[in-house]
Design a protein around this ligand. Structure first.
Ligand SMILES: Cc1cc2nc3c(=O)[nH]c(=O)nc-3n(C[C@H](O)[C@H](O)[C@H](O)COP(=O)(O)O)c2cc1C
Length: 359
């Protein structure tokens, strides 16, 4: 298994372990036995083999780090920064059956701990994506998760049918955080029955379905239950939170979508995502769960996995640093070594075994 090791960090890690070993040797020569023991233990830990493999329901992944839909392009745009073949999977921008223009600019707005976006699901449609972007991703050895969206239930079915038989697509993420034009543009994800219908329609893709849910609901387990009943084998938690920004001087909307507002992402929403993962793990112990929302480093990923996520996706962090997903992966490997974790999947849901333990 290859891992995406950012160069400088690799050199840093090597220096650190060489230093630890040299330190241990020096102390051993002075006859300082307890520290010698510690030095050797640290060296052993730094070189211990780590199994980063995981599975999201029936889908086996080489490691739990994926890109989040819409934050890593439609295809191989991040390839200049990240070895896409080293990631668990690349989740691409949500695709509709037909090309879709998205919202007017401006589409992004920084916030104190993240950002607002109103991209509006711009895309060239499944067919062109299959011809152009998918081929490029597969050439680079990426494991691909396609994401689909629609404005009507039948749109999901059409997009799913167009994806059927796509080589290298291991799962379809069903993005239900989109306005349902047949229900006064209420989001599919805000209604258990609409989520059920959209997911059921997506089974036409013929690959495992992951339902990507919205956090803007009173009880996410109710929507999650409907998605699983309809045939999803995994939950992707969460999409952006509804947000808005207004210019205090001009009094106008900051985003081109105007009164429709945008979606908040980044570190500000991580606790919301952790809670959603936690509660859904309790409600659905056997479901695959992918945590997404504000993951910027390995420790964030570990938190998400301890809450119950089998895997994680890195989104907004890639805007600040396009190598973010590779760095999270590298950091997870290092975290496991330093903490004596031989199989990363062993920590999934560990907080639930902690029972009533509190700080
Ligand atoms: C610019 C932008 C575009 C996004 N586009 C999509 C999309 O097409 N489909 C989707 O399911 N989620 C989309 N998302 C949501 C992300 O995949 C992710 O769920 C959310 O941003 C939370 O993760 P983060 O805090 O790591 O970014 C988008 C997010 C951003 C910031």
């Amino acid at each position: 298994m290859s891992e995406a090791l950012p160069r400088t960090r690799t050199r840093g890690a090597t220096r650190a372990s060489q230093k630890a070993a040299a330190h241990a040797r020096a102390r051993a020569e002075r006859g300082a036995s307890p520290a010698r023991g510690r030095g050797i233990a640290l060296s052993r830990r730094l070189f211990a083999p780590v199994d980063l493999g995981t599975s999201v329901a029936s889908v086996e992944l080489r490691n739990p780090v994926m890109t989040a839909s819409g934050t890593a392009g439609h295809g191989a745009e991040l390839a200049g920064y990240v070895d896409l073949a080293a990631l668990g999977a690349v989740v691409v921008k949500s695709l509709a059956a037909e090309p879709w223009p998205g919202n007017p600019a401006p589409r992004l707005r920084p916030t104190p701990a993240g950002m607002l976006n109103s991209v509006g699901l711009q895309g060239e449609g499944v067919e062109r994506w299959r011809e152009r972007e998918l081929v490029d991703l597969l050439d680079r050895g990426a494991v691909v998760v396609a994401s689909i969206w629609g404005r009507r239930v039948e749109d999901y079915e059409r997009a799913a049918r167009l994806l059927e038989g796509s080589p290298g697509v291991v799962a379809v993420e069903v993005n239900v955080s989109c306005p349902n034009v047949e229900d006064r543009s209420r989001m599919f994800a805000h209604s258990a029955s609409a989520t059920r219908d959209a997911v059921a329609a997506s089974t036409a893709a013929g690959v495992p379905l992951w339902a990507k849910l919205s956090p803007n609901v009173p009880d996410i387990t109710e929507i999650a239950g409907a998605a699983l009943d309809a045939g999803a084998e995994a939950l992707v938690l969460v999409n952006t939170l509804l947000g808005m920004a207004i210019d205090p001087v001009s009094g106008t909307y900051r985003l081109g979508s105007g009164p429709a507002g945008g979606g908040l992402s980044g570190p500000a929403i991580r606790p919301v995502a952790v809670r959603a993962v936690h509660d859904c793990r309790v409600a659905f112990p056997a479901a695959g769960i992918v945590g997404v929302g504000g993951v910027t480093c390995a420790r964030d990923a570990v938190e998400m996995m301890r809450a119950g996520a089998d895997a994680i996706e890195v989104g907004t962090a890639s805007f600040a640093d396009p190598r973010a997903s590779a760095k999270v992966l590298y950091g997870l490997n290092r975290w496991c070594r330093l903490n004596g974790v031989e199989r990363l999947r062993d920590i999934v849901g560990s907080v639930h075994q902690a029972g009533e333990d509190r700080p």
